[in-house]
Design a protein around this ligand. Sequence first.
Ligand code: ADP
Length: 511
Amino acid sequence: MSLEQASVLIIDDCLEDREAYRRYLLQDDRYTYRIWEEEYGEQGLSACDRLNPDVILLDFLLPDIDGLEFLSALKQQGKKGKLPVIMLTGQGNEAIAVRAMKSGAQDYLVKGDTTPESLRLAVHHIIEMAQLLRQLEQSEEQFRLVTDALPVLIAYVDAQQHYRLTNLAHEDWFGRRRSDINGCSIQEVLSGEAYQQICSYIETVLAGQSVTYETEMPHQDGSKRWVSTTYVPHFDGAGGVKGFFALSSDISDRKAIERMKDELIAVVSHELRTPLTSIHGSLKLLAAGQLGQLSPEGQQMLRIADENTDRLVRLVNDILDLQRLESDRVKPDKRRCNAAELVVRAVESLQGMARQHNITLVSNAASIPVRADADNIVQALANLLSNAIKFSPAGSTVEITVSPCQAVDEVGSDRAQQFCQRRLGVLFQVKDRGRGIPADKLEKIFERFGQVDASDSRQKGGTGLGLAICQTIVRQHGGEIWVESTLGEGSTFCFTLPEFDLDFGEGGDIA
Ligand code: ADP
């Protein structure tokens, strides 16, 4: 078996000692050595520079310089980290050995006590440490190569919210060298406003939950770009969170296309509204018999035409509502309001529909101050109530409750507790005893035109946009919306709103 090669430079003015070390090394059965010898420190230093040996056996007391001077000169040659030096000290000189170790030597041996084994062991240790370091550097290099080649922001952030590792994309994005970014807090790197917007996501990941969100982030060129970011927690052995991995990709192009598409839909819907209103009005006149009596078949056709125009008008209005809510131009007008009063308004607006379907509306709402755009929240509640009425069997009850998030242990499910934890807020719940929603549709129904059954809109007269509107409204208020359901037993739609906070004052907006 061929042995691995290593090189050793012995720097010692004592010929006998040099020969002894050479002999010990040549008897090694792990490595074959290339051995060089020097008597003086200065010559030793230039040999180190020239030959770059794997291990340096260094006598502390040399005729020209001492071991500590040698170590500091070696560092000036540009050697980083631990030096591959075994310091050979005289007996009783352990204190010097300790100073040598602190100055960068990796090991020391006391001259009189050095045996062939102890010398070889110390040499092996240095060679193996260097090999490990090389492997580590290689794998780090590979990791860096991969992460730097990707056009996404990849970072590791510690529990104190300081960047520890960042890939090259950070330099392009922030216009700062990554050596400047690493060690800085997220708040220092992003602007105050951008940081405020992502604070809650950082809290979530540091509490141990992965999270994905979309937000605008300032770019070094002065623009703001849309990014989709995912945070994944990094747990320590005891279940605590040591930090998190952050991955952000630029989705500005996708957002621009979405905006164009939405604007197109809005323009078309807007253009449809006027002729539709006129058609609707004419049909109503016809139905009222003001333009002459129609045959029974004619009346039947008219009824179908009227119902469908009704649906179209609702659809166009919902599309325009969603567009208005999502546009940057119209911000919700958040003020202090009483949660119970919002419920009263929503219930009043749906009483007629409930009577028509023979449904009893029961409300139990606590008077809690919330920061909300009252009209928007009433609209969201009315959407949830009208769905609950539509999907409930005649003769049943729809309940609407409002309770403080702190009381959620008594009133809410596991999911509600998960959303309400760490938050001061209010939980709204609309509960029906209808057909329920299958588990695989619980998220989907909040998407635009997301339905449990493709025929739902037609049969129940919906547009498929009501829940998307609710979700947009609730999120704009910093809340969460979700549904819990058991098939055949009913559904409970829940959403949270932050509690009114005196610090924010009356009007204005929270980021
Ligand atoms: P729609 O106008 O069609 O009701 P929504 O966005 O309000 O649109 O609701 C989307 C779909 O979610 C509905 O078509 C229905 O399939 C389902 N859904 C909503 N609310 C309920 C409910 N309370 N019970 C059962 N299914 C519901």
